[in-house]
Design a protein. Structure first.
Length: 402
Protein backbone atom coordinates (compact mmCIF):
# COMPACT_ATOMS: atom_id res chain seq x y z
CA UNK A 1 0.00 0.00 0.00
CA UNK A 2 1.06 3.58 -0.57
CA UNK A 3 0.18 4.68 2.98
CA UNK A 4 0.49 3.38 6.51
CA UNK A 5 -3.25 2.60 6.53
CA UNK A 6 -3.04 -0.99 5.32
CA UNK A 7 -6.81 -1.50 5.51
CA UNK A 8 -7.64 1.57 3.41
CA UNK A 9 -9.47 1.06 0.12
CA UNK A 10 -7.19 1.48 -2.85
CA UNK A 11 -7.96 3.70 -5.81
CA UNK A 12 -7.89 0.58 -7.99
CA UNK A 13 -10.57 -1.09 -5.89
CA UNK A 14 -12.66 2.05 -5.70
CA UNK A 15 -12.57 2.28 -9.51
CA UNK A 16 -13.85 -1.27 -9.89
CA UNK A 17 -10.47 -2.72 -10.81
CA UNK A 18 -9.76 -0.34 -13.70
CA UNK A 19 -8.23 3.12 -13.20
CA UNK A 20 -8.72 5.74 -15.91
CA UNK A 21 -5.35 7.50 -16.44
CA UNK A 22 -4.90 10.56 -18.64
CA UNK A 23 -1.30 11.36 -19.59
CA UNK A 24 -0.41 14.76 -21.05
CA UNK A 25 2.58 15.13 -23.37
CA UNK A 26 3.80 18.22 -25.19
CA UNK A 27 7.23 17.57 -26.69
CA UNK A 28 9.43 14.80 -28.11
CA UNK A 29 12.01 14.68 -25.29
CA UNK A 30 9.45 14.40 -22.51
CA UNK A 31 7.41 11.81 -24.41
CA UNK A 32 10.45 9.56 -24.76
CA UNK A 33 10.86 9.56 -20.97
CA UNK A 34 7.17 8.87 -20.46
CA UNK A 35 6.82 6.21 -23.14
CA UNK A 36 7.93 3.11 -21.17
CA UNK A 37 5.35 3.80 -18.46
CA UNK A 38 2.65 4.69 -20.99
CA UNK A 39 3.26 1.41 -22.78
CA UNK A 40 3.08 -0.52 -19.50
CA UNK A 41 -0.17 1.22 -18.52
CA UNK A 42 -1.70 0.55 -21.93
CA UNK A 43 -0.89 -3.15 -21.71
CA UNK A 44 -2.06 -3.64 -18.10
CA UNK A 45 -5.79 -4.48 -17.69
CA UNK A 46 -5.85 -2.58 -14.38
CA UNK A 47 -5.57 0.72 -16.27
CA UNK A 48 -7.46 2.52 -19.00
CA UNK A 49 -4.94 4.90 -20.60
CA UNK A 50 -5.70 7.98 -22.64
CA UNK A 51 -3.05 10.34 -24.05
CA UNK A 52 -3.61 14.08 -24.51
CA UNK A 53 -1.25 15.49 -27.14
CA UNK A 54 -0.38 19.19 -27.15
CA UNK A 55 2.49 21.66 -27.42
CA UNK A 56 5.09 20.94 -30.09
CA UNK A 57 3.81 17.47 -31.02
CA UNK A 58 1.27 18.52 -33.69
CA UNK A 59 3.68 21.10 -35.22
CA UNK A 60 6.59 20.86 -37.71
CA UNK A 61 9.06 21.78 -34.93
CA UNK A 62 10.06 18.15 -34.44
CA UNK A 63 8.65 16.86 -37.71
CA UNK A 64 5.15 16.28 -36.29
CA UNK A 65 6.25 14.02 -33.45
CA UNK A 66 2.58 13.17 -32.85
CA UNK A 67 3.13 10.60 -35.59
CA UNK A 68 5.51 8.69 -33.29
CA UNK A 69 2.77 8.45 -30.65
CA UNK A 70 0.37 7.12 -33.27
CA UNK A 71 2.99 4.64 -34.50
CA UNK A 72 3.48 3.43 -30.91
CA UNK A 73 -0.20 2.48 -30.85
CA UNK A 74 -1.10 4.52 -27.78
CA UNK A 75 -4.70 5.78 -27.51
CA UNK A 76 -4.80 9.51 -28.24
CA UNK A 77 -8.02 10.91 -26.77
CA UNK A 78 -7.47 14.51 -27.81
CA UNK A 79 -5.13 17.03 -29.41
CA UNK A 80 -4.82 20.56 -28.03
CA UNK A 81 -3.30 23.06 -30.48
CA UNK A 82 -1.99 25.50 -27.90
CA UNK A 83 1.57 26.28 -29.05
CA UNK A 84 1.91 29.80 -30.47
CA UNK A 85 4.59 29.61 -33.13
CA UNK A 86 6.69 32.48 -31.79
CA UNK A 87 10.06 32.89 -30.12
CA UNK A 88 8.88 35.37 -27.48
CA UNK A 89 8.42 34.93 -23.75
CA UNK A 90 4.90 36.32 -24.03
CA UNK A 91 4.01 33.57 -26.49
CA UNK A 92 5.26 30.96 -24.02
CA UNK A 93 2.97 32.34 -21.31
CA UNK A 94 0.00 32.59 -23.67
CA UNK A 95 0.57 29.01 -24.86
CA UNK A 96 0.42 27.80 -21.26
CA UNK A 97 -2.83 29.68 -20.75
CA UNK A 98 -4.37 28.16 -23.85
CA UNK A 99 -3.31 24.74 -22.62
CA UNK A 100 -5.06 25.20 -19.25
CA UNK A 101 -8.24 26.18 -21.07
CA UNK A 102 -8.07 23.20 -23.41
CA UNK A 103 -7.27 20.80 -20.58
CA UNK A 104 -10.26 21.97 -18.54
CA UNK A 105 -12.56 20.98 -21.39
CA UNK A 106 -10.70 17.70 -21.96
CA UNK A 107 -10.81 16.69 -18.29
CA UNK A 108 -14.51 17.51 -17.99
CA UNK A 109 -15.18 15.23 -20.96
CA UNK A 110 -12.83 12.35 -20.10
CA UNK A 111 -13.32 12.32 -16.27
CA UNK A 112 -10.02 10.55 -15.44
CA UNK A 113 -9.15 9.08 -12.06
CA UNK A 114 -5.50 10.13 -12.37
CA UNK A 115 -3.45 12.64 -14.37
CA UNK A 116 0.12 11.78 -15.38
CA UNK A 117 2.78 14.35 -16.26
CA UNK A 118 6.57 14.58 -16.38
CA UNK A 119 9.16 17.26 -15.95
CA UNK A 120 9.46 21.00 -15.77
CA UNK A 121 7.83 22.52 -18.85
CA UNK A 122 4.49 24.33 -19.25
CA UNK A 123 2.61 21.07 -19.92
CA UNK A 124 3.06 19.57 -16.43
CA UNK A 125 2.30 22.75 -14.51
CA UNK A 126 -0.75 23.52 -16.66
CA UNK A 127 -2.01 19.98 -16.13
CA UNK A 128 -1.32 20.05 -12.39
CA UNK A 129 -3.13 23.38 -12.06
CA UNK A 130 -6.17 22.13 -13.98
CA UNK A 131 -6.17 18.88 -12.00
CA UNK A 132 -5.93 20.67 -8.66
CA UNK A 133 -8.89 22.92 -9.46
CA UNK A 134 -10.96 20.04 -10.84
CA UNK A 135 -10.23 17.61 -7.99
CA UNK A 136 -8.25 15.06 -10.02
CA UNK A 137 -5.11 13.56 -8.41
CA UNK A 138 -1.90 14.34 -10.30
CA UNK A 139 1.08 11.96 -10.62
CA UNK A 140 4.29 13.90 -11.33
CA UNK A 141 7.38 12.16 -12.69
CA UNK A 142 10.90 13.63 -12.34
CA UNK A 143 10.06 16.04 -9.54
CA UNK A 144 12.60 17.03 -6.87
CA UNK A 145 15.35 17.55 -9.43
CA UNK A 146 17.61 20.60 -9.21
CA UNK A 147 19.08 22.36 -12.25
CA UNK A 148 19.66 26.02 -11.45
CA UNK A 149 21.91 26.72 -8.44
CA UNK A 150 22.26 30.41 -9.40
CA UNK A 151 18.54 30.94 -10.06
CA UNK A 152 16.91 32.70 -12.97
CA UNK A 153 15.80 29.57 -14.81
CA UNK A 154 12.02 29.27 -14.97
CA UNK A 155 12.23 25.48 -15.42
CA UNK A 156 13.42 25.14 -11.83
CA UNK A 157 10.49 27.15 -10.51
CA UNK A 158 7.96 25.34 -12.71
CA UNK A 159 9.21 21.92 -11.62
CA UNK A 160 8.86 22.66 -7.91
CA UNK A 161 5.53 24.45 -8.38
CA UNK A 162 4.23 21.36 -10.20
CA UNK A 163 5.39 19.19 -7.30
CA UNK A 164 3.48 21.33 -4.82
CA UNK A 165 0.32 20.91 -6.91
CA UNK A 166 0.85 17.17 -7.49
CA UNK A 167 -0.36 14.34 -5.25
CA UNK A 168 2.05 11.50 -6.10
CA UNK A 169 5.74 11.83 -6.92
CA UNK A 170 7.69 9.30 -9.00
CA UNK A 171 11.29 10.46 -8.74
CA UNK A 172 14.41 9.53 -10.68
CA UNK A 173 16.89 9.46 -7.77
CA UNK A 174 16.97 9.34 -3.97
CA UNK A 175 18.40 12.87 -3.83
CA UNK A 176 15.26 14.06 -5.62
CA UNK A 177 13.02 12.24 -3.14
CA UNK A 178 14.87 13.82 -0.25
CA UNK A 179 14.44 17.29 -1.76
CA UNK A 180 10.68 16.74 -2.00
CA UNK A 181 10.56 15.67 1.64
CA UNK A 182 12.40 18.88 2.58
CA UNK A 183 9.84 20.82 0.53
CA UNK A 184 7.14 19.51 2.87
CA UNK A 185 5.71 16.70 0.74
CA UNK A 186 4.40 13.76 2.76
CA UNK A 187 6.86 10.84 2.55
CA UNK A 188 4.19 8.25 1.61
CA UNK A 189 3.52 10.16 -1.60
CA UNK A 190 7.15 9.96 -2.78
CA UNK A 191 8.53 6.93 -4.64
CA UNK A 192 11.93 6.59 -6.32
CA UNK A 193 11.47 4.65 -9.56
CA UNK A 194 14.28 5.86 -11.84
CA UNK A 195 14.22 7.46 -15.28
CA UNK A 196 12.15 6.17 -18.17
CA UNK A 197 15.00 7.16 -20.44
CA UNK A 198 17.01 4.22 -19.15
CA UNK A 199 14.05 1.91 -19.80
CA UNK A 200 14.00 3.18 -23.37
CA UNK A 201 17.69 2.36 -23.85
CA UNK A 202 17.34 -1.08 -22.28
CA UNK A 203 14.28 -1.97 -24.34
CA UNK A 204 15.41 -0.60 -27.73
CA UNK A 205 17.60 -2.95 -29.77
CA UNK A 206 20.74 -1.45 -31.30
CA UNK A 207 20.87 -1.18 -35.07
CA UNK A 208 24.17 -2.21 -36.66
CA UNK A 209 26.10 0.66 -38.20
CA UNK A 210 25.40 -0.56 -41.72
CA UNK A 211 21.64 -0.42 -41.12
CA UNK A 212 21.99 3.00 -39.47
CA UNK A 213 24.02 4.23 -42.46
CA UNK A 214 21.19 3.28 -44.79
CA UNK A 215 18.95 5.62 -42.77
CA UNK A 216 21.29 8.48 -41.85
CA UNK A 217 24.20 8.35 -44.29
CA UNK A 218 27.69 6.87 -44.37
CA UNK A 219 29.13 9.27 -41.79
CA UNK A 220 27.80 6.96 -39.05
CA UNK A 221 30.21 4.25 -40.20
CA UNK A 222 33.12 6.08 -38.55
CA UNK A 223 33.55 8.33 -35.54
CA UNK A 224 31.02 11.15 -35.22
CA UNK A 225 29.57 13.61 -32.71
CA UNK A 226 25.97 14.31 -31.65
CA UNK A 227 24.86 17.83 -30.66
CA UNK A 228 21.60 18.66 -28.83
CA UNK A 229 21.45 22.21 -27.49
CA UNK A 230 18.57 24.21 -26.02
CA UNK A 231 18.05 27.81 -24.97
CA UNK A 232 18.24 28.87 -21.32
CA UNK A 233 15.05 30.66 -20.28
CA UNK A 234 16.91 33.42 -18.42
CA UNK A 235 19.14 34.20 -21.43
CA UNK A 236 17.44 33.16 -24.67
CA UNK A 237 19.57 35.55 -26.70
CA UNK A 238 22.66 33.45 -25.89
CA UNK A 239 21.28 30.33 -27.56
CA UNK A 240 22.38 31.18 -31.10
CA UNK A 241 25.83 32.23 -29.91
CA UNK A 242 26.35 28.97 -28.04
CA UNK A 243 25.16 26.61 -30.78
CA UNK A 244 27.38 28.41 -33.31
CA UNK A 245 30.39 27.99 -31.05
CA UNK A 246 29.64 24.31 -30.42
CA UNK A 247 29.29 23.49 -34.12
CA UNK A 248 32.47 25.39 -34.98
CA UNK A 249 34.47 23.46 -32.38
CA UNK A 250 32.99 20.14 -33.55
CA UNK A 251 34.03 20.86 -37.14
CA UNK A 252 37.47 21.91 -35.92
CA UNK A 253 37.78 18.47 -34.30
CA UNK A 254 37.41 16.99 -37.78
CA UNK A 255 34.41 14.77 -37.12
CA UNK A 256 30.93 14.67 -38.70
CA UNK A 257 28.15 16.11 -36.55
CA UNK A 258 24.52 15.04 -36.19
CA UNK A 259 22.62 17.96 -34.69
CA UNK A 260 19.07 17.79 -33.35
CA UNK A 261 16.41 20.49 -33.35
CA UNK A 262 15.97 22.51 -30.16
CA UNK A 263 12.84 22.51 -28.04
CA UNK A 264 10.07 25.12 -28.29
CA UNK A 265 11.39 27.58 -25.69
CA UNK A 266 12.23 31.23 -26.44
CA UNK A 267 15.61 31.26 -28.17
CA UNK A 268 14.91 28.13 -30.23
CA UNK A 269 14.42 30.17 -33.42
CA UNK A 270 17.97 31.46 -33.12
CA UNK A 271 19.27 27.91 -32.72
CA UNK A 272 17.30 26.76 -35.77
CA UNK A 273 18.67 29.63 -37.84
CA UNK A 274 22.28 28.77 -37.00
CA UNK A 275 21.75 25.07 -37.69
CA UNK A 276 20.25 25.96 -41.07
CA UNK A 277 23.30 28.08 -41.85
CA UNK A 278 25.71 25.27 -40.92
CA UNK A 279 23.82 22.76 -43.05
CA UNK A 280 25.75 24.17 -46.01
CA UNK A 281 29.02 22.91 -44.52
CA UNK A 282 30.24 19.37 -45.18
CA UNK A 283 29.80 16.95 -42.28
CA UNK A 284 26.79 18.67 -40.66
CA UNK A 285 23.66 16.48 -40.52
CA UNK A 286 20.58 18.16 -38.97
CA UNK A 287 17.48 16.25 -37.92
CA UNK A 288 14.15 17.29 -36.41
CA UNK A 289 12.87 14.01 -35.02
CA UNK A 290 14.23 10.50 -35.45
CA UNK A 291 12.30 7.29 -34.79
CA UNK A 292 13.23 5.58 -31.54
CA UNK A 293 15.50 2.83 -32.91
CA UNK A 294 17.66 5.07 -35.14
CA UNK A 295 17.96 7.71 -32.42
CA UNK A 296 19.02 5.27 -29.71
CA UNK A 297 21.46 3.63 -32.12
CA UNK A 298 22.85 7.04 -33.11
CA UNK A 299 23.66 7.61 -29.43
CA UNK A 300 25.08 4.11 -28.90
CA UNK A 301 27.62 4.51 -31.71
CA UNK A 302 28.48 8.19 -31.09
CA UNK A 303 31.92 9.24 -29.92
CA UNK A 304 30.64 12.13 -27.79
CA UNK A 305 27.48 14.13 -27.06
CA UNK A 306 27.71 17.94 -26.86
CA UNK A 307 25.21 20.65 -25.93
CA UNK A 308 23.08 20.94 -22.82
CA UNK A 309 20.33 18.32 -23.11
CA UNK A 310 19.20 16.44 -20.00
CA UNK A 311 19.83 13.34 -22.10
CA UNK A 312 23.51 13.82 -21.30
CA UNK A 313 22.81 13.47 -17.58
CA UNK A 314 20.02 10.88 -17.57
CA UNK A 315 20.79 8.37 -20.31
CA UNK A 316 24.39 8.90 -21.39
CA UNK A 317 25.77 7.42 -18.19
CA UNK A 318 23.97 4.14 -18.90
CA UNK A 319 25.61 4.06 -22.34
CA UNK A 320 29.06 5.07 -21.12
CA UNK A 321 28.85 7.98 -23.59
CA UNK A 322 31.08 11.01 -22.89
CA UNK A 323 29.16 14.28 -22.60
CA UNK A 324 30.29 17.90 -22.85
CA UNK A 325 27.67 20.17 -21.28
CA UNK A 326 28.22 23.69 -22.57
CA UNK A 327 27.06 26.74 -20.62
CA UNK A 328 24.84 27.11 -17.57
CA UNK A 329 21.93 24.82 -18.44
CA UNK A 330 21.99 21.60 -16.33
CA UNK A 331 24.63 22.93 -13.89
CA UNK A 332 23.82 21.81 -10.35
CA UNK A 333 22.01 18.71 -11.58
CA UNK A 334 22.93 15.24 -10.36
CA UNK A 335 25.56 14.04 -12.86
CA UNK A 336 27.90 11.10 -13.30
CA UNK A 337 31.53 11.07 -14.49
CA UNK A 338 30.43 11.02 -18.13
CA UNK A 339 29.60 14.75 -17.97
CA UNK A 340 32.17 17.51 -18.34
CA UNK A 341 30.64 20.90 -17.50
CA UNK A 342 32.38 23.67 -19.44
CA UNK A 343 31.75 27.38 -20.07
CA UNK A 344 30.77 28.52 -23.55
CA UNK A 345 34.31 29.18 -24.75
CA UNK A 346 36.43 27.70 -27.54
CA UNK A 347 39.37 26.68 -25.35
CA UNK A 348 37.19 24.97 -22.75
CA UNK A 349 35.24 23.02 -25.38
CA UNK A 350 38.41 22.01 -27.22
CA UNK A 351 40.03 20.72 -24.02
CA UNK A 352 36.90 18.75 -23.11
CA UNK A 353 36.73 17.27 -26.62
CA UNK A 354 40.37 16.23 -26.43
CA UNK A 355 39.67 14.33 -23.22
CA UNK A 356 36.40 12.81 -24.42
CA UNK A 357 37.82 11.64 -27.74
CA UNK A 358 41.38 10.64 -26.91
CA UNK A 359 41.77 9.92 -23.17
CA UNK A 360 41.46 6.13 -23.18
CA UNK A 361 41.61 5.87 -19.37
CA UNK A 362 38.69 8.30 -19.06
CA UNK A 363 36.62 6.48 -21.64
CA UNK A 364 37.33 3.13 -19.96
CA UNK A 365 36.18 4.59 -16.63
CA UNK A 366 32.83 5.49 -18.17
CA UNK A 367 32.19 1.95 -19.38
CA UNK A 368 32.25 0.69 -15.80
CA UNK A 369 30.35 3.58 -14.17
CA UNK A 370 26.93 3.01 -12.61
CA UNK A 371 23.91 4.91 -13.90
CA UNK A 372 22.66 7.43 -11.35
CA UNK A 373 19.17 7.49 -12.85
CA UNK A 374 18.07 3.88 -12.65
CA UNK A 375 18.51 0.42 -14.09
CA UNK A 376 15.95 0.40 -16.87
CA UNK A 377 12.98 -0.89 -14.83
CA UNK A 378 11.20 2.36 -14.02
CA UNK A 379 7.94 1.28 -15.63
CA UNK A 380 7.56 -1.84 -13.50
CA UNK A 381 8.19 0.07 -10.27
CA UNK A 382 5.86 2.90 -11.23
CA UNK A 383 3.11 0.47 -12.20
CA UNK A 384 3.31 -1.19 -8.77
CA UNK A 385 3.07 2.20 -7.07
CA UNK A 386 0.01 3.24 -9.08
CA UNK A 387 -1.76 -0.04 -8.33
CA UNK A 388 -1.28 0.53 -4.60
CA UNK A 389 -2.43 4.14 -4.43
CA UNK A 390 -5.05 4.96 -1.78
CA UNK A 391 -8.48 6.37 -2.51
CA UNK A 392 -9.07 9.57 -4.45
CA UNK A 393 -10.15 11.31 -1.26
CA UNK A 394 -6.93 10.33 0.53
CA UNK A 395 -4.80 11.46 -2.42
CA UNK A 396 -6.47 14.86 -2.59
CA UNK A 397 -6.15 15.49 1.16
CA UNK A 398 -2.63 16.91 1.08
CA UNK A 399 -0.98 17.87 4.34
CA UNK A 400 2.20 19.95 4.31
CA UNK A 401 4.80 18.60 6.75
CA UNK A 402 6.84 21.77 7.21
Amino acid sequence: MATDDSDETTLLAACGGRVRVLAVTGIRSEYDLLYPLLRALHEDPAFDLGVVVCGAHPTPLHNHSIDQIRADGLPIVGVIDNLLYSDSRAAKAKSAGLLVQGLAQMLAREAPDLLLVLGDREEPIATALAGAYMGIPVVHLAGGDHTSPQGGNVDEEVRHATSKLAHVHLTMAEAHSERLRRMGEEPWRIHRVGSGGIDRLRQTPALPRERLAALLGEDVLGDYLVVIHHAVSSRPEQAAVEIRLILERCLAAGLPVFVGAANSDPGSAGIASVIEEFTERPGIHPYRNLPREPFVSLLRHARCLLGNSSLGLHEAGYLGLPVINVGERQRGRLAGPQVQFVPAGAEAIDAALERALHDSAYREQLRDADSLYGDGHMAERALAVLKGLPSRERLLAKTMTY
